[in-house]
Design a protein around this ligand. Structure first.
Ligand code: ZN
Length: 224
């Protein structure tokens, strides 16, 4: 794709030229051109590499927390929940999760999610969690763990988006994809088992929308 691409009209070309060649990636240690400048995309803040990182992890530089990194945060989260289980805040947050479950509509198999808007895909993630009977406490623990991990991480990205995306990734993983298997007959009459395993993609807009859902549900906890 270049600026002379016939798909762009005159106005779009002008816009692209105005943005292009102007900036390098906003990360201080990176001197790559922004993807707008290099005409690889329309993003104006990050180079291609950091933009992809940001899409996937919710931060252009901080990677997602690994299970081992979250271990002590999870422990702290469980302890907090044990001593606050009956508080108004916890009860209200759990009820908000149940409302998300109830209003998520019917389950849609993972292989039919293609082409759906992020908002609708996020709703279907709640339907999957509900049908997989994931306890609302697990959503709460995911949020608490991510909050604790960020609080104790000296290299954390403290922007709300990183927190939302990290929580959404943990929650998304709790309801795994669609798995089907069925027996087929070959032409020679012998049988074999076919399987279909589809995992919904966990990146981009859907993580932001799911993260916002979680954040709103957790408001009654009154954390920071
Ligand atoms: Zn960069």
């Amino acid at each position: 794709m270049t600026v002379e691409d016939p798909d762009f009209n005159k106005f779009q070309r002008k816009l692209i030229r105005a943005d292009a060649y102007r900036e390098t990636c906003v990360l201080p240690e990176c001197s790559e051109p922004t993807s707008a400048a290099s005409l690889q995309g329309i993003n104006k803040r990050f180079c291609r590499k950091h933009y992809e990182h940001y899409q996937r992890h919710g931060s252009p530089y901080r990677g997602s927390y690994k299970a081992a990194e979250l271990q002590s945060a999870r422990k702290a989260a469980r302890a907090w929940l044990r001593s606050n289980r009956d508080s108004q805040g916890v009860l209200a947050a759990l009820e908000r999760i149940r409302i998300l479950y109830r209003s998520a509509g019917p389950h849609v198999p993972a292989y039919r999610l293609k082409g759906m808007l992020p908002k609708e895909r996020a709703r279907k993630a709640w339907a999957r969690l509900r049908d997989a009977q994931v306890a609302p406490e697990k959503i709460l623990l995911a949020w608490l763990s991510v909050n604790e991990a960020i609080r104790t991480d000296t290299n954390a990205d403290t922007k709300p988006e990183f927190r939302r995306v990290q929580a959404a990734k943990l929650v998304h993983r709790l309801a795994s994809g669609t798995h089907k298997r069925w027996e087929r007959e070959r032409a020679d009459g012998s049988k074999h088992v076919e399987r279909l395993d589809v995992y919904p993609r966990s990146r981009g807009r859907i993580l932001r929308v799911l993260g916002e859902d979680i954040e709103r549900a957790m408001e009654p906890l009154g954390l920071d």
